[in-house]
Design a protein around this ligand. Structure first.
Ligand SMILES: Cc1cc2nc3c(=O)[nH]c(=O)nc-3n(C[C@H](O)[C@H](O)[C@H](O)COP(=O)(O)O)c2cc1C
Length: 172
């Protein structure tokens, strides 16, 4: 599968089976994540793997949606503001940029292995920091459910709604 095919296949899956994620597939996804680029190569991320009932309940308290209940595994992407690169000219913190890249590495690698994902940011961040006992400089940036779609056809059925090229491309 080439990059374009993989980008077309990946989509936000919001219907999951409770089938467990195989260890070798998780290791593959995490290795793809580890290789992601980051500003000044700071790699300010930490990945929290949540599979326990208790951990999954904690996540559900911060993002109370029925559809995440069967998900067997979550990767919580955290970023450490003490490690992220700040642009000297204006102080811009590149943590979110780095986290965004690593998140998409994870989602593409998972899709390659027929695993569904969905980047989730609409959670209660303050509560999640408490639930996960995160130190002050560490921010939970996203929760990524990882699991087999309830229907494998979801990969092809989920419509890709995108702006046309002429709306997003500027050449000068
Ligand atoms: C930064 C970011 C945050 C997102 N947060 C949520 C979320 O909280 N809940 C959700 O259901 N989807 C969330 N999404 C998924 C987007 O809605 C989805 O990527 C977008 O509609 C495009 O659809 P696709 O992923 O199927 O291509 C998020 C995506 C991104 C990139």
């Amino acid at each position: 599968m080439n990059t374009l095919e993989l980008a077309r296949k990946r989509c936000s899956i919001r219907q999951y089976s409770d089938l467990p994620v195989e260890k070798d597939k998780l290791e593959y996804i995490l290795e793809v994540a580890r290789l992601a680029p980051s500003a000044c190569n700071r790699q300010p991320w930490r990945f929290l793997i949540v599979t326990s009932e208790e951990g999954r309940e904690k996540l559900h308290r911060t993002y109370a949606r029925e559809w995440i209940k069967p998900v067997p595994l979550f990767i919580v992407i955290c970023g450490d503001h003490e490690q992220s690169w700040k642009r000297p000219a204006d102080g811009k913190d590149h943590l979110d940029t780095d986290a965004g890249i690593v998140m998409e590495h994870i989602c593409l690698a998972a899709a390659e292995k027929d695993l569904g994902t969905c980047i989730i940011c609409h959670f209660d961040a303050a509560l999640l920091s408490v639930e996960l006992n995160l130190p002050g400089s560490v921010e939970p940036v996203a929760i990524i459910p990882v699991g087999y779609p309830a229907d494998p056809e979801l990969f092809v059925k989920t419509a890709k709604m995108r702006k046309p090229m002429n709306e997003i491309l500027v050449t000068f």
